[in-house]
Design a protein around this ligand. Structure first.
Ligand SMILES: [Zn+2]
Length: 243
């Protein structure tokens, strides 16, 4: 396997501390060091402390792009999203249905989808864990918001059945894109490109949960052509997130 050495965009990275079972953390300097090491031009960064992400994006405008991460059940979630997408120039919305305990197609999500639609930004949704973040449920949301781009983070994550479901949901709904982080099967990255097209699969690392070196290697091992790797590692995220 040959590693892709071209410049990359990371569609999924974090700063901040994730305690509890995860026990991982990353500050902006550590993220920037990883980006230098792996030739990453820009990272899309989200954390539940959105003000912290805003500060990092203001400090490193050419390296860090903010993605707003609301809890849809909280009063003021819509206002937070609106402010981040307008005043702060964030480029997308992240939802984590498992952490915040809601189904992706629950009506509480709709005001946030409407803000994303107005701002013409994608909604990035964690996938792969029952009961709240399964690909089929994300598909129901995609069906109700056909004009909003949804990036299914982890493309089903660690479970083969969910990975397969991620591919079939993305095949059914052309507003669904797949992001590769934390998904163990390199073969499924090539399969995704073949099933849904080379424009709709993008690289993400999920730093600090995963190491970019490992995540990059898996994409490279999948057997994509050089031109396809250029799309997955760079062009697709640039286009979808309007970077
Ligand atoms: Zn993540």
């Amino acid at each position: 396997m040959k590693l892709y050495e071209g410049v990359k965009i990371d569609a999924h990275a974090h700063i901040g501390e994730f305690g509890g079972w995860a026990n991982v953390a990353c500050d902006p300097d550590e993220l920037l060091a990883l980006m230098r090491l792996h030739n990453v031009e820009r990272s899309c960064v989200f954390y539940w402390d959105n003000a912290m992400v805003h500060r990092a994006a203001v400090e490193h405008p050419r390296k860090i792009t903010g993605i707003v991460w609301p809890d849809p059940r909280q009063r003021g979630a819509r206002d937070l999203v609106h402010r981040a997408l307008t005043d702060w120039h964030f480029k997308g919305v992240k939802l984590h249905p498992l952490i915040h305990a809601f189904l992706p197609n629950d009506e509480i999500v709709y005001p946030i989808m409407e803000e994303a639609r107005k701002a013409r930004v994608p909604v990035l949704i964690h996938s792969g864990h029952p009961p709240f973040s399964l690909p089929w449920s994300i598909g129901e949301l995609a069906e109700n918001f056909r004009d909003v781009t949804i990036v299914m983070l982890h493309m089903g994550h660690g479970h083969g059945v969910y990975i397969q479901a991620a591919l079939s949901v993305a095949k059914r709904y052309d507003n669904v894109y797949l992001e590769t982080s934390g998904m163990p099967m390199h073969t499924k990255i090539k399969e995704a490109v073949e099933v849904i097209g080379e424009e709709r699969v993008m690289y993400g690392s999920d730093v600090p949960f995963h190491d970019p070196g490992v995540e990059i290697a898996r994409v490279c091992a999948s057997g994509l052509s050089q031109a396809q790797l250029e799309k997955v590692f760079y062009a697709n995220a640039k286009e979808v997130l309007r970077l």
